[in-house]
Design a protein around this ligand. Structure first.
Ligand code: C2E
Ligand code: MG
Ligand code: MG
Ligand code: MG
Length: 291
């Protein structure tokens, strides 16, 4: 009988929390604490115009540094934050920080666009466009300096509703970017229907350049399609000069990747902006004919 078993064993008879739920609750708590304690920060990774070596934009990437565990990669915690719903709070915070920082670049006289990742859950919030509008109104940043990065899958579910939202955001003057292009189960139809301003070619297609014939064909096809549609193209994850050269030869104009810089803290990124053209990226383009 239960009583004879003693207190400690009662839990055995209670409905058990699944290990998954428990760890999600712990993680959400940890993320909330990290944000409160200032252990979360937005870092910025430059996007570079290949021919001039100029920084034209920066992607805002969330960084969590735990005093004991060290750096926790967004690849590890964003998917869990999406499950728990906490990603809505995180994305809203990153957006505010990013808009504030980009307003600062503008005030410094070195305006570049800031490109912010938006998770599907955040994009689907009924008040998302209203909040976005308010963030811009309360900032010194004209909408043209902000871009939002969406994945293809966001546009698939409730396609009509999402298309409406995309149009509303474009109406504000905010740029819309398709992230990780080519990795989603997407139709290409949305590209001609929606006001997409930029496509980011997924790094999985860049990795094999310049040697892999398949990657070359895919990247070349994406670039010529984007050009025909009047959409800007950025190759992601460019690590070597040879990859950068291949992108340029395939008529690509922009890249983002360790070849120029990883994501760096805001102060460091400001410093690079004031230094003007970045040496590394200038090196990266030294093979190009000057025109
Ligand atoms: P993403 O949006 O596709 O971001 C690009 C990722 O590639 C970043 O990883 C970046 O650090 C990494 N990367 C950049 N250049 C190179 C390179 O040359 N080589 C290699 N191997 N990697 C490179 P990170 O920062 O770990 O972020 C991973 C993903 O987490 C992002 O992929 C994005 O989907 C998500 N994420 C990051 N910050 C946020 C955020 O604030 N909100 C949301 N919803 N998602 C975020
Ligand atoms: Mg991104
Ligand atoms: Mg990406
Ligand atoms: Mg990605």
């Amino acid at each position: 009988r239960v009583k004879e078993r003693g207190r400690g064993n009662f839990s055995f008879y209670q409905p058990q929390m699944s290990a998954g739920l428990l760890s999600r609750m712990k993680l959400e708590h940890a993320m909330r604490q990290a944000l409160d304690k200032g252990h979360m920060a937005v870092h910025f990774q430059p996007q570079v115009h290949i021919r001039s070596g100029r920084i034209v934009a920066a992607e805002a990437l969330l960084r969590w540094t735990d005093p004991e565990l060290g750096v926790i990669s967004p690849g590890a915690f964003i998917p869990l934050a999406e499950e728990s719903g906490y990603v809505v709070a995180l994305d809203a915070w990153v957006l505010e920080q990013s808009v504030r920082e980009a307003a600062h670049w503008l005030a410094m006289g070195s305006p570049v666009k800031v490109s912010v990742n938006v998770s599907a859950l955040e994009f689907r919030q009924p008040d998302f466009v209203d909040r976005l509008t308010r963030v811009l109104e309360n900032s010194a940043l004209p909408a043209q300096w902000l871009e939002l990065e969406l994945t293809e899958s966001i546009l698939l579910q409730d396609a009509q509703e999402m298309a409406l939202r995309v149009h509303q955001i474009a109406q504000l003057g905010v740029g819309l970017v398709i992230d990780d292009f080519g990795t989603g189960y997407s139709s290409l139809a949305y590209l001609k229907k929606l006001p997409i301003s930029k496509i980011k070619i997924d790094q999985s297609f860049v990795r094999g350049l310049p040697h892999d014939a398949g990657d070359k064909a895919i990247v070349g096809a994406i670039i010529s399609m984007g050009r025909a549609l009047g959409v800007e193209l950025v190759a992601e994850g460019v690590e070597t000069q040879a990859q950068c050269e291949a992108i340029a030869q395939l008529q690509g104009d922009y890249f983002q990747g360790y070849l120029c810089s990883p994501a760096v803290p805001a102060e460091q990124f400001r410093l690079r902006l004031t230094q003007g053209e970045v040496e590394e990226s200038a090196d990266a383009v030294s093979f190009l004919p000057d025109n």
